[in-house]
Design a protein around this ligand. Structure first.
Ligand code: SAM
Length: 372
């Protein structure tokens, strides 16, 4: 089903699901960075997690084995969530030859095309398909690629850029696409929803989304890109804008098989990812003041317990937007139309100003009388 209103449909619950309710025991993080020479690979250690060291301005999520495991889970969830689509990787109607993937992470999602992936942290892979180049770079800096792309793809760039950087990056995407090329962005948000009141209103599950948004905003970046990607893409001048919003269940609670599978994978995504998604944000920008590492761990333990409660039916929202760079004749027509609109507006303003300048003639009492 590819309905644009997929996020309005209530997910049916499987009454026979029984999750283990005991405490989730995430794998301990094992550092193997000491054996890797490059300082970029070594990154920066903080609160038991490794962060990228390329960009001076910090990026909120770690770059370590546990986080890459989380990205694997999110990739799998995205594939299962869109498995009914002809192409779950991207929806832009194009067979791309030359793709740029921004913030490529582990690079698990490259299509069969020439793909250039760019990320602050080198991907933890020893083998890449021959159609791929993964570069370590900061996309907020100048882009120096000489060739134009026919697809630019972004997935889960929440908390990566300030609103001003987003405007600049969208402009660079526009400028670095061939006319007729496509941009596509897919985002998820940690706000937890529930359609059947199975989660009490004061449950911690409802706390994480607003808390992450508040911390991200304090940091100057935004977490809630699901709300803003369409606008950012449209404002950059893209046309033919499409979007698809969906609900991702968290846990194997849905009755339908594909949704159950998606929910199971997404639960793994949350269980492995929650620390990475919250540790930096809360220890630096937590409310009312930065939290200690221990406070974040306790919060995450509460979250895991709530996620593993078999009576809960949580889900989160996702949004995918894809749009096309107009051809030169479309740009020309659009510019002419805009010029015409501006001229008409000016004329109307001039007419209104002229009308305001003419004194209104008062009717004499005699004429008024005659009219009556
Ligand atoms: C949440 S991960 C998503 C990874 C991948 N797109 C996926 O869906 O699996 C976001 C990635 O963006 C990268 N990133 C953040 N800011 C960046 C920047 N300024 N330039 C390049 N990559 C950046 C991070 O290092 C991280 O690997």
């Amino acid at each position: 089903m590819s309905g644009a209103n997929a996020d309005e449909i209530t997910i049916a619950v499987d009454p026979d699901v029984h999750l283990r309710q005991d405490e989730y025991d995430p794998r301990d993080w094992n550092s193997d960075t000491t054996s890797i020479g490059s300082s970029i690979y070594r990154g920066i250690m903080e609160n038991g997690r490794r962060y990228q060291s390329l960009k001076e301005d910090e990026y909120a999520f770690p770059a370590d084995e546990q986080q890459f495991d989380t990205y694997d889970a999110v990739h799998l969830a995205a594939m299962v969530g869109d498995s009914q689509e002809e192409n779950p990787l991207f929806h832009a109607p194009i067979e791309p030859k030359n793709v740029l993937d921004i913030g490529t992470g582990k690079g698990s999602h490259v299509p069969e095309a020439w793909v250039r992936g760019v990320d602050l942290f080198p991907p933890p892979v020893t083998w890449l398909p021959p159609n791929c180049v993964l570069e370590v770079d900061d996309v907020t800096q100048d882009w120096t690629w000489s060739q134009k792309f026919d697809l630019i793809h972004l997935r889960i760039l929440a908390c990566a850029f300030t609103p001003e950087e987003t405007v600049q990056i969208m402009k660079k995407c526009y400028d670095n696409l061939q006319p007729g090329g496509w941009i596509e962005q897919f985002e998820i948000h940690p706000n937890v929803y529930c359609d059947d009141a199975s989660i009490a209103e004061d449950n911690v599950l409802y706390d994480i989304g607003p808390r992450c948004d508040a911390a991200a905003n304090k940091s100057g970046k935004r977490m809630d890109l699901v709300k803003t990607i369409r606008d950012s893409i449209e404002k950059a001048g893209f046309v033919d804008v499409h979007e698809k919003a969906t609900k991702w269940p968290i846990g194997p609670w849905p009755r339908e098989k594909a949704k159950k599978e998606l929910g199971s994978i997404n639960l793994h995504h949350w269980l492995t990812g929650i620390e990475g998604y919250t540790m930096f944000l809360m220890t630096k920008f937590g409310d009312p003041e930065p939290w200690t590492q221990e406070e974040v761990r306790v919060y995450n333990a509460q979250m895991r317990k709530a996620l593993l409660n078999p009576h809960h039916h949580p889900y989160q929202r996702t949004r995918r937007v894809w749009a096309r760079k107009p051809f030169p004749e479309e740009v020309k027509a659009r510019d002419e139309k805009e010029k015409e609109k501006q001229e008409k507006l000016k004329e109307a303003e001039a007419a209104a100003a002229a009308a305001a300048a003419v004194p209104v003639k008062q009717e004499s009492p005699e004429i008024k009388k005659e009219k009556e």
